[in-house]
Design a protein around this ligand. Structure first.
Ligand code: CUA
Length: 159
């Protein structure tokens, strides 16, 4: 079988693009802090109301100064709202769902997690700018999915 020289050029070109794209994904995953959470923690969504942490989700400052924001996502809100955290301080976000899968994306940042019933999603985030940040649910969760938004208020430092 003979393949026309231009056909060969296009095939190698297309193959090269695929290799290039895969390399771009691989390199950014390693170098741009794209770290999938490795933390697995389960929770019973049916008894969330009585849970010591998620029964009344809030931001807590530990004795050593660590800030933990416990968040419940549910149709169609995030609790607490707003989530008030300090600037220039690592905040450990711990998120779970009371019903179906929701998203928890902090707009304008690279913070983005899923809120999955039965599990606690956790990541740490430091806000370097004070102000209000919007939270969007980015997993389709029902008729009011588009209206499921929340707010993070970052306070302190130079405003
Ligand atoms: Cu919650 Cu979409």
């Amino acid at each position: 079988m003979s393949v026309h020289v231009y056909e060969k050029l296009w095939m190698w070109g297309a193959g090269g693009l695929i290799v290039l794209f895969l390399a771009a994904i691989g390199i950014t995953a390693v170098t741009q802090a794209v770290q999938p959470p490795s933390h697995i923690e389960t929770i019973n969504p049916a008894t969330l109301m009585d849970h010591p942490e998620f029964g009344d989700p809030q931001v807590k400052v530990g004795e050593d100064g660590t800030v933990t924001a416990s968040v419940v996502a549910e149709m169609f809100q995030f609790r607490p709202d707003p989530i008030e955290v300090p600037v220039n301080t690592p905040v450990v976000f711990r998120i779970t769902s009371a019903d179906v899968i929701h998203g928890f994306q902090i707009i304008g940042t690279n913070a983005n997690a899923m809120a999955v019933p039965g599990y606690v999603s956790q990541f740490t985030m430091t806000f370097t700018k004070a102000g209000d940040y919007d939270i969007a649910c980015n997993e389709y969760c029902g008729l009011m999915h588009h209206g499921m938004v929340g707010k993070i208020t970052v306070t302190g430092g130079q405003q």
